[in-house]
Design a protein around this ligand. Sequence first.
Ligand SMILES: Cc1cc2nc3c(=O)[nH]c(=O)nc-3n(C[C@H](O)[C@H](O)[C@H](O)COP(=O)(O)OP(=O)(O)OC[C@H]3O[C@@H](n4cnc5c(N)ncnc54)[C@H](O)[C@@H]3O)c2cc1C
Length: 315
Amino acid sequence: MHKTTMQKQAIYDDLAGIAGAKSVLADERMDRHTLFRIGGPADFFVMPEDELSLTKVLHYCTERGIPSYIMGNGSNLLVMDTGFRGVIIQLWKNFGSFQVQGTSIQARCGAMLSALSRAAQEHALTGLEFASGIPGTLGGAAVMNAGAYGGEFKDVAQKVRVLDPKEGIRELSCEQMQFGYRTSAAAANGYIILGADLHLEEGDPDQIKSRMEELKEARTSKQPLELPSAGSTFKRPQGYFAGKLIMDAGLRGYRVGGAMVSPKHCGFVVNAGNATCADVLTLMKDVRSRVYQSFGVWLEPEVKLLGESWDVIFQ
Ligand SMILES: Cc1cc2nc3c(=O)[nH]c(=O)nc-3n(C[C@H](O)[C@H](O)[C@H](O)COP(=O)(O)OP(=O)(O)OC[C@H]3O[C@@H](n4cnc5c(N)ncnc54)[C@H](O)[C@@H]3O)c2cc1C
């Protein structure tokens, strides 16, 4: 529901009172906060300074019936051109600290995977090499069970600290997190990831470094990192590769407005210049039906859509 200017001002004042004026932005364009560089304005964009402030903002939203959405680095997000009617809460730099202790790393949810893998390498710890090129936070990786090149978040997670909307702060074991392919109990139950303990193994820093460089080279040569995107657009269907199905359906370089199936890697939809969310959604619908017509496989999005549900888009 659209709010009047006075209602919005009142909510802004309340949020600024709770989180501090510097931490609250109104009508904030989401193309500034997503790696896809797409998205209309969020009514409010809040960057809480700590867990207490986060809890208060969530409590405020729940009490007033204001929708809220948690994000990290925005590397897996596609935001509608109309934006988001509610409060987006970004857990990133203010929640970015971590410490290495023996073979463990205790990290808060905003820690970047790149920084964690670098620190692991510097401390001669192996296990996080796979994550060095994933441009997201620990929180995003935990909720999605992010993975690459044979490694997944679940392989290194020992325990995860979550804010359960029903039961408050809880520490969950790897089993309780029920990690699956790009999903977890956190995704299913709306838990907010606050941090995690990662368990790594002792290794040789030179070997770890060279593996990280090898993976970097693999990404740079195969993925369209020079253009904005949200990573792999579709999940890998069982027994297939999404990118190969899209390529074999003749869609390499297929364009709708500024959105394009990357000619370098058909698994990526890229923003080739001023793409709107509507461009991306039309392109994704076209890709889905062409792949289905050709191979009888429905591709499911890996990218998270904010502001509308996929069921509505694909109906
Ligand atoms: C060029 C490129 C390459 C990529 N390569 C890979 C890859 O190899 N493997 C891979 O798995 N992914 C990849 N991705 C996708 C993305 O980087 C990962 O999914 C990453 O883990 C998302 O983290 P984020 O902090 O950016 O999350 P966001 O994009 O901000 O959010 C993603 C989802 O996580 C939720 N979320 C974020 N933080 C929290 C939190 N603290 N608590 C609860 N929910 C939270 C959001 O609500 C949203 O549903 C790639 C993306 C790009 C752009």
